[in-house]
Design a protein around this ligand. Structure first.
Ligand SMILES: [Fe+2]
Length: 478
């Protein structure tokens, strides 16, 4: 581990590159360093059962795009790669896209600029599907001096129309042809939530980036950085994140920084240099900010997930808090959309329950049903074999499943909608509260007047976790 950490030290060339960006003292502070893992297996274990929230961890797998067989050539479609050839900035990329009408037709993306208050804003936000129109307006604004061309940032680039994923086969809008989700195979179901449907692709040149924000859902991100160096700062969860986010929401921390911006950066728990090829894991449910620092354009994508770790599940469930240190009002996902997200979580818990009934993830088939499924690399089979034979991982996944269902059962919406199959699976994994939760759902499933009563009973139980919501095994400390 000490050797891995020393590999994180900045080189002379990196120090020179970082001059005039964020204070180097923040990057030299050992407490703010990321945690480096050296192997793909170790990283996948971190994704599945590790903790990266309370200790403000930021987990980096150097050369991860190579070690996980997620290279630029394998992941991105030919048309995007061709448009990005020789580009150094989002403005270059936008111009290249505009010269290819058939490509512009295929995608949507936000184009962000920085206003006079240093706040990042979407260009033509209401025309979100009109990429060509947005590019034209960005180029006009840059020419008129209304936007700094160097600070333009292309964010959340996706397909305009859903299409089958080449490996997984499910309908998606992500531009990525391979993801960490594909590497994990059946283990991706052993998370509470995994979103690659809407995975966004990002592109930006030196001094551009993403303004300070907290993601609209308190989930985690796994990022792939194919090109360029960027700085990421992340603040402690809860009160500190809320305070800095409300003060500097969407402010791009591009130099020169104001006194106050420097003070806020000094409050960050982690300040990390992300290098080409890094794959990394961190919580998007804390305040975070990105600054691209290399002459080479930064190109990356993020999948969003909620692991089964009880701390991550508890944090996720605070997304819709209406008060307190996790409440971010208009910056959080609205209630209806969040219920849809919870429905996706229930599907995910059912998938894991179905696997459990057949012997667990080690016995499950690899879920590759897309048109290019046969192109999945042999490397992934080896990684899965390592996970299959890890008894500690298998045990912890089951413990976390029980803890996760216990925590979800204390939430009104989940409590009304968790299927029997999930409750039984949680009981098989050691949850003693399953018996207490099951009758309500059973009445619900039987329908009739009893169902209505059960629903209203359940609704009133919000934030009133049964004391039996404690797994018999596992480390739920919430
Ligand atoms: Fe984010």
């Amino acid at each position: 581990m000490a050797q891995a950490q020393s590999r994180y030290r900045l080189s002379g060339a990196e120090r020179a590159m970082l001059q005039g960006t964020w204070p180097l003292g923040l990057l030299d502070d050992r407490a703010r360093e990321p945690r480096i893992v050296e192997s793909a297996e170790e990283f996948l274990r971190e994704v599945l059962v590790g903790e990266h929230l309370e200790d403000f961890d930021f987990v980096v797998l150097p050369k991860g795009t190579e070690l996980l067989a997620l290279s630029w050539e394998d992941c991105l479609p030919d048309d995007i790669r061709a448009a990005l050839r020789d580009c150094n900035s989002a403005t270059d990329f936008a111009r290249q896209l505009r010269a290819r009408p058939e490509v512009v037709e295929r995608y949507r993306a936000d184009i962000e600029y920085v206003d006079r208050k240093r706040q990042q804003r979407d260009i033509l936000r209401k025309d979100k599907l009109e990429l060509g129109k947005r590019i034209d307006e960005a180029i006009r604004m840059a020419a008129a001096g209304e936007a700094d061309a160097d600070l333009l940032y292309i964010a959340e680039m996706r397909l305009r129309v859903e299409a089958p994923h080449p490996l997984g086969g499910e309908g998606v809008k992500t531009v990525c042809r391979r993801d960490v989700k594909d590497v994990l195979g059946p283990y991706a179901s052993w998370t509470l939530y995994w979103d690659r449907y809407d995975e966004g692709f990002f592109a930006g040149g030196a001094r551009s980036g993403k303004g300070l924000h907290v993601d609209q859902v308190l989930w985690s991100n796994v990022g792939k950085n194919w090109s360029g160096h960027k700085l990421i700062a992340a603040w402690p969860p809860g009160e500190v994140s809320k305070q800095v986010a409300l003060e500097l929401y969407d402010v791009l921390l591009s130099p020169p920084l104001s006194e106050r911006e420097l003070q806020v950066l000094g409050m960050a728990a982690k300040v990390v240099l992300i290098r080409p090829g890094d794959v990394y894991l961190f919580s998007g449910g804390v305040a975070h900010a990105v600054l691209c620092v290399s002459d080479e354009i930064c190109l990356g994508a993020y999948e969003s997930l909620v692991t089964l770790h009880p701390k991550h599940v508890a944090h996720f469930l605070r997304t819709s808090d209406s008060e307190g240190p996790f409440c971010l009002d208009k910056y959080s996902m609205d209630e209806k959309e969040f219920r849809d997200t919870k429905d996706d979580c229930i599907d995910q818990l059912e998938d894991a329950a179905a696997q459990l009934a057949q012997g667990g993830p080690a016995s499950a088939p690899v879920p590759l049903a897309g048109p290019c499924a046969s192109a999945a690399p042999a490397l992934w089979r080896g990684l899965l074999a390592a996970l299959h034979s890890d008894d500690g991982l298998q045990r912890t996944l089951r413990d976390h499943y029980a803890s996760c269902v216990a925590l979800c059962a204390a939430d009104a919406y989940f409590r009304q909608n968790l299927p029997q199959r999930v409750l039984h699976a949680a009981a098989a994994c050691g949850w003693r509260g399953a018996a207490a939760a099951a009758p309500k759902r059973r009445r619900l499933l039987l329908g009739g007047g009893g169902a209505a009563q059960a629903t209203s009973d359940s609704t009133s139980s919000e934030d009133d976790a049964p004391s039996s919501c404690v797994p018999r095994t596992g480390g739920c400390t919430i």
